[in-house]
Write a protein that binds this ligand. Structure first.
Ligand code: CO
Length: 171
């Protein structure tokens, strides 16, 4: 590990907490800097604060599934608008690992396009529309702030397919 943060895995209660709004931007900026190193080390596309044991409304995301992707830090994000069109896309989570310690993937249906507002780590307000990969990752990370995991969106059959792999890792 390149830093001290440990990623919590499914079953740990903090992943089910409703996170509190960020009120101290300076403290948030320091935590987000550590989270960025943690996400890069884990080769993730997103990481939410509760996943590293901090129950606050903030996360970081990559806008593309590439190493040179733009990385955005979002504090107190809100989804203003969601498209009616919903599309399936494969999702995984650094908190939901299979027996090989890699995320278990499964298709999840979500709105294709979203409009998001957030504050950055300097306290500046932003509003932007996202689609494709970025919209997917943002909605996944937003869920983390309300204690929701991607497996909660699956049919019982698919949820069991994912969870049987998770149990193999923990057994
Ligand atoms: Co996740």
């Amino acid at each position: 590990m390149k830093n001290k943060m440990q990623i919590k895995t499914i079953g740990e209660p903090i992943l089910r907490d409703i996170c509190a709004p960020v009120t101290d931007i300076d403290a948030a900026r320091k935590i987000l800097a550590d989270m960025e190193l943690c996400m890069i080390a884990a080769t993730g596309a997103g990481l939410a604060a509760p996943q590293v044991g901090v129950p606050l409304r903030m996360f970081i995301i990559r806008t593309e599934p590439t190493e040179d992707s733009e990385i955005i830090k979002m504090i107190n994000p809100e989804i203003l608008k969601k498209s009616d069109t919903r599309v399936p896309h494969e999702e995984g989570c650094l908190s939901i690992l299979g027996p090989d310690d890699y995320p278990v993937f499964c298709d999840v249906m979500r709105p294709e396009k979203i409009t998001v507002t957030w504050f950055d780590e300097t306290g500046a307000a932003h509003k932007r529309e996202f689609d494709g990969f970025a919209a997917r990752v943002i909605q996944h990370e937003m869920d983390h702030l309300d204690g929701v995991l991607f497996v909660d969106h699956l049919s019982s059959l698919n949820r069991e397919r994912v969870m049987s792999k998770v149990r193999k890792r923990k057994a």
